[in-house]
Structures are given as structure tokens and as C-alpha cells.
Design a protein around this ligand. Structure first.
Ligand SMILES: Nc1ncnc2c1ncn2[C@@H]1O[C@H](COP(=O)(O)OP(=O)(O)OP(=O)(O)O)[C@@H](O)[C@H]1O
Length: 256
């Protein structure tokens, strides 16, 4: 297993946002985490990426405990994410946004960077080439010099993915990547996720748009009020009565 989560809980004062959630994902697997609003999906991502410290439970990446580590350490250990609310350097170019993702990989000394020494220039050239390749992978080739904020919304989401990939993660966490996308853009995203999975990347996806979940996931887990209420294939989840009730409410579920 690449990532294992064991009985993870998080409380905020009296609110239990996540209660003893366990899951595991293997190399090249795409796992979707779904659930109604407020069910704990973002809290789970924030725990995995070190934004929050768990109240209890364990997170291991490649067999090593990472719970309690800070976000920078977790990123360096191989977990990258995109955000529900896009977080780009909006005034910078598309290419520069991806180059920032390579930040941790620069080996030049500070003096070399400031003086733009030979080592720095060589490294920068390699990273520029790698960044251009990543832009090609996500479908943003030719947009290198465009200012990030002038990209259409869906392309800004793709740029976030390219930036996350620049950190060379083993696990990529996507927080509602299809939000605001039309059906053509979702089809492109499905293709991209399939391509990334073939490279061995492990992906955890939080998503409300079921076309995307159906299109790319191997397994789905469902959260409701912070508790994992179901796990299985999309087809199994779709038929699960408890899941239908969690989404629609008990009365509505009976009429389905
Ligand atoms: N920082 C926080 N402080 C207090 N309560 C929080 C905090 N973060 C989340 N919560 C609470 O924890 C619960 C789970 O929230 P969370 O944002 O994880 O749900 P979600 O499934 O991601 O929802 P959505 O689909 O609307 O994004 C909610 O009751 C929320 O109000």
C-alpha cells in the first residue's frame, strides 16, 4: 500500500468532523471520497496534507508515519494536492506557476540562485523543460507565457494539477477538480486522470460530479457526518441504500 489511514479522527471543539476513518490506496489506484456537504471530505484531505493535526489515528506513506508532520514535510515526502478554491499565483505566467512547484528540487545554493550562477542557470533550464512537458501532459501546451489569471477557469484547474505534479508526488489529492467544468472539459479531465494513473501515480479524488467519479475511479468511499458509511465500486455505491439516504434523506430515499 502507498497510503494507509488507520482510525483517523478530528474534532473541532465539540464538532467531530471525522470519526475513526480508515482507508488504504495502492500504487496507480484512483480512489474517490464522496459524501454530502459537511461530511468531512476536506477535513480528511487537510489531515493527510498536514494542514490539521489528527485528534487520533495514524497516516502512513510508504510504511512511514506522516501524521503530525507539517505541510512542507508531507509535500517533500511525496503527497501533492490541488484546492477546492483554486490557489495560483495569478499574476505570474503559466510556466512560472509550474516552476514554483519544482522549488523543492532546486539544489543550487542561495548564493548561486541570487547571483544566477552557472549551476542555477543549468538547473533552471532543466526545470523549464520539465515544466513545459507537464503543461503538455495536462493540455496547456502553448500557454506557457499566458498570465495565470487570464486562463479560463477549467484551464486554471489543469494548471493547478501541473503545479502539483511538479513536486513529483507518489500521491496526488484532487479536491473537486471538476467544479465549474462543462462536459467536454470533464471528458478531458477523465482522460488526464487515466493517463496519470498509468504512470503509477496514486490519486485520491474528492468530487461531487458523479460523471467524473464514475469515469475514473477504481473504488469509492462514502463519508456521512464524518463516518465512513460505505466502500466499494461505483456501481456498488450507487445502489447502496445507506448512501442514497445520506444524500437524499430517509424520506426521499423511500420514493427512489
Ligand atoms: N476549521 C474548522 N473549524 C471548525 N469546524 C470545522 C473546521 N473545518 C471543518 N469543520 C466542520 O467539520 C465538518 C466537516 O467539514 P468538511 O469541510 O470537512 O466537509 P466537506 O465534506 O468537505 O464539505 P463540502 O462538501 O461542503 O466541502 C463540518 O461540520 C464543518 O463545519
Amino acid at each position: 500500500m502507498v497510503l494507509e489511514i488507520n482510525k483517523l479522527s478530528k474534532s473541532f471543539g465539540g464538532i467531530v468532523a471525522l470519526k475513526e476513518v480508515s482507508l488504504e490506496v495502492s500504487r496507480g489506484e484512483v480512489l474517490a471520497v464522496i459524501g454530502p456537504n459537511g461530511s468531512g471530505k476536506t477535513t480528511l484531505l487537510n489531515l493527510i496534507t498536514g494542514v490539521y493535526v489528527p485528534t487520533s489515528g495514524e497516516i502512513t506513506l510508504g510504511g512511514k508515519r506522516i501524521d503530525g508532520h507539517n505541510s512542507a514535510e508531507i509535500c517533500t515526502s511525496g503527497i501533492a494536492r490541488t484546492f477546492q478554491n483554486i490557489r495560483l499565483f495569478k499574476q505570474l505566467s503559466v510556466l512560472d506557476n509550474v516552476l514554483i512547484g519544482f522549488n523543492h528540487a532546486f539544489k543550487s545554493s542561495l548564493a548561486n540562485v541570487l547571483g544566477k550562477g552557472r549551476r542555477f542557470r543549468e538547473e533552471e533550464k532543466t526545470f523549464r523543460e520539465d515544466a513545459a512537458k507537464l503543461l503538455e501532459v495536462v493540455g496547456l501546451r502553448g500557454k506557457e507565457n499566458v498570465v495565470a489569471q487570464s486562463l479560463p477557469y477549467a484551464q486554471q484547474r489543469l494548471l493547478e494539477i501541473a503545479r502539483a505534479l511538479a513536486t513529483q508526488p507518489q500521491v496526488l489529492l484532487l479536491d473537486e477538480p471538476a467544479a465549474g467544468m462543462n462536459s467536454e472539459e470533464i471528458a478531458h479531465l477523465i482522460q488526464l486522470i487515466k493517463t496519470l494513473r498509468q504512470t503509477g501515480l496514486t490519486i485520491i479524488l474528492i468530487e461531487h460530479i458523479m460523471d467524473l467519479v464514475r469515469g475514473v475511479t477504481d473504488r469509492v468511499i462514502v463519508l456521512s457526518y464524518g463516518v465512513k458509511i460505505a466502500a466499494g465500486s461505483f456501481e456498488e455505491i450507487e445502489r447502496n441504500q445507506e448512501v442514497i439516504e445520506a444524500y437524499l434523506g430517509k424520506g426521499a430515499a423511500k420514493t427512489c
